[in-house]
Ligand binder design. Structure first.
Ligand SMILES: Cc1cc2nc3c(=O)[nH]c(=O)nc-3n(C[C@H](O)[C@H](O)[C@H](O)COP(=O)(O)OP(=O)(O)OC[C@H]3O[C@@H](n4cnc5c(N)ncnc54)[C@H](O)[C@@H]3O)c2cc1C
Length: 390
């Protein structure tokens, strides 16, 4: 790591995940000077299923010139829906699903940012954030900034410096995950168990060398997550005693309506931008990173850096709207009262399956889903009937 002191950058980005790399490369392309600081040295591991949706891949192509961005993806369509261990349906998804390892994926994105002229400080501890002085200090030295972008994940130090804590554990999710090497290799199948946990789901995602198996749900609703993880692994033919299980908070369902303050913006998980129903966070991380950088560029050009949050909030409105609708829909999808109907629809309804994949691919939105059934809106259960049945 280079040692530098007392430097000024138009934009300083904290965190080199998808949100941070997207923000940094966007700001650099707007001709701004950009520093990115990450506490980890890359390549580094990140607990994640590594499913990059069609929506995410479109943003990748726009920002990094290729939907693969140099990372190694496994494409597969075979899908298995299960419910508390029981297989409900096996079928082919309408389009390819793409799976990656975050260790490689994030590394590639960061290298793109370096190639674009971003000054990256890896393995660099961040000591203090002084919002009043527009200063960050840490291993790389003392940097002043025009706009600071906190893309430092769910435990965001930037969010803590602004709001005292990064998130409310009672309102967000928690996930457990492990990597499994299959020898001989299994056919690539995406497995989702919609009742592996409460208010969440379990997954086994195919990878080049095996599977990523995990589960995630609302933290407060799942005191027995370890036991459920062991049951999920056993059902998948994996010895739980031999698995290296890790846990991580996942911020679904509690996004920040005010993601920052003045000239400090939060993007990706630091802003709580994970879909509460699907658990997808990579696409929103990329998107919010670029939107944060766009807002920074606009504020700097207008010499009104204190307006950056206002610009950013406006551009985030569509994502916030979608996440709010997803929270509403989750009440039905995961409600114990509607469980039998949901299970039957997962088993038999092509319409529900198509809606799921269209949402993942960004070919449909929660807003469109509601509009499609708008005439039944007076009674939400009526517009949800085609999806969850009566
Ligand atoms: C178990 C699990 C499975 C998931 N599966 C999927 C999936 O299949 N598909 C999907 O779309 N989403 C998935 N998600 C969500 C997804 O992982 C996140 O939404 C996504 O990583 C958010 O990207 P980000 O850039 O905001 O943050 P991160 O990817 O968390 O990156 C944050 C970066 O900031 C750095 N950092 C943190 N603190 C500091 C600090 N103080 N100083 C400097 N650097 C710091 C970290 O080292 C890290 O590199 C999953 C999440 C979990 C927990």
């Amino acid at each position: 790591m280079r040692q530098t002191r007392d430097r000024h950058f138009d934009v300083v980005v904290i965190g080199g995940g998808p949100a941070g790399s997207a923000a940094a490369i966007t700001a650099r392309r707007a001709n701004l000077s950009v520093a990115l600081i990450d506490k980890a040295a890359f390549p580094r591991d990140k607990l994640c299923g590594g499913l990059v949706s069609g929506r995410g891949r479109r943003i990748l192509a726009e920002l990094f010139g290729s939907p693969d961005a140099g990372a190694d993806f496994l494409a597969a369509r075979r899908t298995c829906f299960a419910f508390a261990g029981e297989v409900l349906a096996e079928f082919d998804a309408p389009r390819d699903l793409h799976f990656t390892m975050r260790r490689d994926f994030d590394h590639h994105l960061l290298r793109h940012a370096v190639a674009a002229g971003v000054e990256v400080f890896e393995g660099a501890r961040l000591a203090t954030i002084e919002p009043e002085q527009n200063l960050v200090t840490g291993d790389p030295g003392r940097f002043s900034y025009g706009v600071l972008i906190g893309a430092d994940g769910v435990n965001s130090q930037v969010a803590r410096s602004l709001f005292g804590r990064a998130f409310d554990p009672a309102r967000i999710g928690f996930a457990l995950e492990t990597e499994v090497t299959d020898s001989p290799a299994l056919p690539p199948v995406m497995q989702i168990d919609f009742r592996a946990v409460d208010w969440g789901y379990g997954w086994a995602f195919p990878k080049r060398h095996g599977r990523t198996i995990g589960l995630g749900g609302l933290h407060c609703e799942n005191p027995d997550m370890q036991a459920r993880m062991k049951a999920l692994l056993s059902a998948g033919g994996v010895d739980p005693a031999a698995a290296r299980i890790k846990g991580h908070f996942i911020p679904f369902g509690d996004f920040r309506a005010h993601p920052g303050r003045g000239n400090i913006l939060l993007a990706g998980d630091a802003a709580g931008l994970v879909d509460p129903l699907t658990g997808e966070g990579i696409a929103h991380a990329l998107d919010s990173g670029r939107l944060a950088a766009g807002a920074a560029a606009r504020a700097i050009a207008a010499q009104q850096t204190g307006q950056a949050l206002e610009f950013y909030r406006r551009s985030l409105a569509a994502i916030h709207d979608e996440l709010s609708r997803s929270v509403r829909l989750r009440r039905y999808a995961f409600s114990p009262r509607l469980e039998a109907r949901f299970r039957a629809r997962l088993q038999h309804s092509p319409e529900l399956r198509l809606a799921f994949f269209d949402l993942l691919d960004g070919l449909s939105t929660y807003r469109e889903l509601e509009r499609r059934f708008a005439w039944r809106l007076l009674d939400p259960r009526r517009w949800l009937r085609p999806l969850f049945g009566r």
